[in-house]
Write a protein that binds this ligand. Structure first.
Ligand code: PEP
Length: 269
């Protein structure tokens, strides 16, 4: 049997760990956090942090030349213009952003973002050279009603409809809403089952879907990361709370790096 670590490598999928700082931190604490993260690296997995908009310039300065990427937590579905309070994807590109999260459940919930709006944001991000990290996931009530598959497929299908075969250029994050910030994590088997559904849906849309990174998010921490990353269709994580602590986030990045090296436990050379 091919080990799951080899399964990721064989498909050409370099694990990716993305920190979502949400609306946390100060200018000083962000720079301190990044100095610690730089010192803990380099990592064989790809690592990126998505910070609040006002900190982008500081984050770019702190991470320049480190190999660690940076990005934002949202962007507008519009090109620049009369949209008070919005931030355009092209502006994020100016700050060297590599990633932008779109469709996080907190935005779907608190800002009533629809599946089509999220898809439009992903399209704009891609058109400006950013990699959108598109979040999908079911609520507790939807899981209890047996609708998990229906919900995540509906959310992803809006993105596939808008992007067509270019969907292979995005990253998808499966984030069960009930696991975000709650300390409850989907079991590796529960997460893998949904990732397999998403991978199959993507494969029907793009011949390159085998190379796409599908991240799991929802209370990932230093203790559960390795088991999640050992699943064949889990290619990394979107990390909220634990990304604010250097020791925890770097441990998650190291766990993903072991997968990147093609063998859990093999040390970097
Ligand atoms: C998130 O905000 O995307 C997230 C997964 O948060 P946490 O890791 O805190 O559950």
């Amino acid at each position: 049997m091919v080990s799951s670590a080899n399964a990721h490598a064989a498909a050409g999928r370099r694990p990716l760990v993305v920190g979502n700082w949400k609306m946390n931190g100060t200018r000083v604490s962000c720079v301190e956090l990044l100095a610690g993260l730089r010192a803990a690296g380099p990592f064989d997995a790809e690592v990126s942090v998505c910070c609040p908009f006002p900190y982008l310039a500081d984050v770019a300065l702190s991470l320049q030349g480190s190999g660690i990427g940076w990005g934002a937590q949202d962007c507008s579905q519009h090109e620049p213009g009369a949209y008070t309070g919005e931030v355009a994807a092209v502006m994020l590109a100016e700050f060297g952003c590599r990633h932008v999260i779109v469709g996080h459940s907190e935005r779907r919930l608190h800002h009533a973002e629809s599946d089509t709006l999220v898809a439009d944001k992903a399209r704009l991000a891609l058109s400006h050279g950013l990699t959108p990290i598109v979040c999908v996931g079911e609520t507790r009530a939807e899981r209890d009603a047996g609708s998990t598959e229906l919900v995540v497929k509906r959310q992803l299908s809006a993105v596939i409809h808008t992007l067509g075969h270019c969907v292979s250029q995005i990253v998808v994050a499966y984030e069960p809403v009930w696991a975000i910030g709650t300390g409850l994590t989907a079991t590796p088997q529960q997460a893998q089952a949904v990732h397999a559904v998403l991978r199959a849906q993507l494969l029907a849309a793009s011949t390159r879907a085998g190379e796409m990174r599908l991240l799991y998010g929802g209370s990932v921490n230093a203790g559960n990361a390795q088991e999640l990353f050992a699943q064949p269709d889990i290619d990394g994580a979107l990390v909220g709370g634990a990304s604010l602590k250097v020791a925890d986030f770097s441990a998650i990045c190291r766990a993903a790096s072991h997968v990147a090296l093609g063998s859990i436990g093999k040390s970097r050379t």
